[in-house]
Design a protein around this ligand. Sequence first.
Ligand SMILES: NC(=O)c1ccc[n+]([C@@H]2O[C@H](COP(=O)([O-])OP(=O)(O)OC[C@H]3O[C@@H](n4cnc5c(N)ncnc54)[C@H](OP(=O)(O)O)[C@@H]3O)[C@@H](O)[C@H]2O)c1
Length: 348
Amino acid sequence: MKVGVVGASGYTGGALLNLLFSHPEVEIEMVTSRQYQGKLVSDLHPNFRKFSKIKFENLELSKAGNCDFIFLAVPHKSAMHIVPGLLETGVKVIDLSADFRLKSLEDYEKYYGEHTCPELFKKAAYGLPELHRDEIKKAEIIACCGCMATSSVLALAPLVKAGIINTEHIICDAMMGSSGGGKKFTLASHHPERYGVIRPYKAVGHRHTAEINQELSLIANKKITVGFSAHAVNIVRGLSTTNHVYLLKPLEDKDIWKLYRDFYKNEPFIRLIKQKKGIYRLPDPKVLIGSNYCDIGFMLDQDISRLVAISALDNLVKGAAGLAVQSFNIINGFEETKGLEFPGFHPI
Ligand SMILES: NC(=O)c1ccc[n+]([C@@H]2O[C@H](COP(=O)([O-])OP(=O)(O)OC[C@H]3O[C@@H](n4cnc5c(N)ncnc54)[C@H](OP(=O)(O)O)[C@@H]3O)[C@@H](O)[C@H]2O)c1
């Protein structure tokens, strides 16, 4: 398969190249950057020194048309200007931005503002393989889900599906590493201001709330609105969400285990984590860096019927590039784990 990566100079672009270079079914035809055309990818991504001699170029639709797939790793509100032209060339688009994730224009406008081509929403599948595998196979645009939304939705989907929780009181707390903000820096990401923080940078109104609501509502077949808060924490890669829900009737650990096991029994990238001993008793992004796994665990707080569902992943892999490659594998009928077998490092 001939592929191109647009926005390859950024963090998710680099994470995509990392996976695609080693993917046995992929030939990288084109990597684009507006600022760095003519420069080696290793000038921007030093991990590719001696590994690849490929250079950035400008995005040309005629060249993009020679590809089978284009991965788009550009900011939201930029992707919507690039996707229509790409589709006209006949390529399939795997978009990492938020521009085609939401089904409702009203929701898009509420969280992101104006959209220039909402008519394309119907051509897009929400790129979360665990929930939308069949749609991904047929769609022209794969709208890979947001990294924090991926974590919360995967933790909560089995509980919502089983109808065991009060869907009016769902609270998701996300802890996010600094690479989640992309490579463009601001005062908030400046080292003296970012280092050492636990900063609730979006206690309410985070954009990923819209996706979580959309996906959980689809599962429940009724409108669900969650409370979502995002915190910047002192790591570069990785994120964790702690999702608080209340049980409708008393349940035990083994009941919840069974429910998660049944829901995810055939999923290659979901690991259920709940050990009695050890320091990694519950999911921790520290052991997921570089891998496409999402680890999910839970604790029951019987005193107040609270279930705390915890989920962790690498924002640049299972939260972005890995998700994209997983969808690419699904569409092409490749083994879903192809190019994604890396288990992560320990210790790191
Ligand atoms: N970072 C994460 O953890 C994460 C996780 C999931 C999804 N995402 C999404 O993935 C996308 C990329 O995120 P990122 O973190 O990789 O961002 P990034 O590090 O800022 O990289 C984005 C790249 O897109 C290019 N770009 C910027 N504006 C553009 C425009 N108007 N037209 C064309 N290209 C443009 C830039 O390259 P040049 O200036 O060199 O052209 C830039 O290097 C975003 O939509 C983000 O929301 C990010």
